[in-house]
Design a protein. Structure first.
Length: 127
């Protein structure tokens, strides 16, 4: 794996974990004792953290260090289009857990006869 690919994969893994945990670069920086500018450079793939930063970074984001040591490949599609924010995911889960109401079968309006002879007459056709 080239250095550029390694940085891109690390940046993707970091952004994904930060999005999942709803953490900003400032949040991560404060949690691990680094500057927001440093974390921002990691998220852009400009640099990667030292091995000494991986433990605190993994702990702050709630992932195993292996996640950053062997990051997933960067997908060919824009990540933002496929991420679901926590608020949306929890609303969907809540809606799915609610009991579904059973709607009664719709009834035909009174006086409406849908038998074939009536339909043919209404259309001006003969049987």
């Amino acid at each position: 794996m080239s250095d550029i690919d390694r940085r891109a994969r690390f940046a993707y893994a970091l952004r994904t974990a930060m999005e999942y945990r709803d953490m900003s670069t400032s949040d991560v920086a404060a949690a691990i004792g680094r500057t927001p500018k440093t974390v921002l450079r990691w998220t852009k793939g400009e640099t990667v953290p030292s091995a000494l930063d991986l433990g605190p970074l993994s702990e702050a984001l709630g992932v195993r260090p292996l996640y950053f040591l062997e990051p997933p490949p960067v997908p060919d599609y824009p990540l933002e289009e496929f991420l679901v924010r926590r608020e949306v995911a929890s609303a969907v889960e809540e809606a799915a857990s609610r009991p579904r109401r059973s709607d009664p079968e719709p009834e035909d309006p009174p006086g409406l006869d849908l038998s074939p002879p009536q339909l043919l007459d209404a259309a001006g056709l003969e049987l």
